[in-house]
Design a protein around this ligand. Sequence first.
Ligand SMILES: Cc1cc2nc3c(=O)[nH]c(=O)nc-3n(C[C@H](O)[C@H](O)[C@H](O)COP(=O)(O)OP(=O)(O)OC[C@H]3O[C@@H](n4cnc5c(N)ncnc54)[C@H](O)[C@@H]3O)c2cc1C
Length: 308
Amino acid sequence: MEKVMCYIPKTLNEALEIRNKEDVIVLAGGSDLMVSHKRTIGLTPKFDKSVMIIRNLPEIRKIYMDGSECHIGAACTSREIAESPLVPWHVRQAASRMGAIGLRNSATIGGNIANASPKGDTPGPLYLLDARVKIASTDGVREELVSDFIIKFRTIDLKPNEMITEVILPLSEDDFDYVFWHKVGTRKANAISKVTLSQAVKFASDGTVCDYRASATATGSKTNRSRDVENIIIGKRIAPELIEEVIAAFDGIISPRAMPEFRRESCRRSIRRFLTEAEKRRIEGCRDKVIDTYDGYYVPCAPVCRLS
Ligand SMILES: Cc1cc2nc3c(=O)[nH]c(=O)nc-3n(C[C@H](O)[C@H](O)[C@H](O)COP(=O)(O)OP(=O)(O)OC[C@H]3O[C@@H](n4cnc5c(N)ncnc54)[C@H](O)[C@@H]3O)c2cc1C
């Protein structure tokens, strides 16, 4: 059997040097890799290439603000993200509902993006908030929108010598009047998304919509968001016919394969519920930002679990 190495670099520079000279598998939390490389019961996972463990690199294990932008290190775990007050609300929601407690202590945001699963929970909010990934190699650093970086199912725009180092969020819930995030799953925890809808809306002083965003996971080969759909409502007052127009247009951009009608209907209900309630709260002058979604159709999600 060919010998494979396990590298545990102490600094980001060391990691980038290793990645530059050898085709290593980058392992962060390992929650996807240990499953994709598993063997039969009783045998440890098998890696056919050397592995580089990056989860404890200090440069990519921190959350901080730079001006108004929130920076999340690629090796930050779901638990760290869910518990950080610096992280925008939508992203905290997604991180807090991933898997179960054990998983949230190991799964990282870099791994969730690089895995490029359409059912991944964090890309929905990241698309919604125009998040960027920071990518580093020995050649330098570059940034790209998460929505461009994830090309399609299991395909990302990453060169063999590159690593994701940060996720940068230019927007947060403070930029909107009302926000919405909901995961439809089959259990309270350890539930892979059936559908996850993220939405946000901002009103102008005359009551018309000046910003509206909606993104959905598990409804196609990657997370779905469309500026054309969102623009239908911009500059207008929310009304039932307009909501139905948005719903029909959103229906046109999603292409769920399994359980298509369930997923489509979940999106329809989420959009209708959010926009109707947002308009109602605007008229009433209600400043309660978070619009919840339980109307009997949805499967409730797990509460945030604090472990300390
Ligand atoms: C039981 C179970 C339940 C789950 N539930 C959910 C769920 O509810 N929601 C959800 O979204 N996901 C879920 N997942 C999937 C998984 O936990 C997530 O995708 C997780 O975020 C992956 O992160 P990781 O650090 O463990 O990735 P790893 O397994 O370490 O890596 C995954 C991929 O990303 C690459 N990678 C990791 N970090 C970097 C980096 N910094 N730069 C470049 N490439 C990198 C790796 O090379 C690999 O290809 C679940 C998995 C399991 C096993």
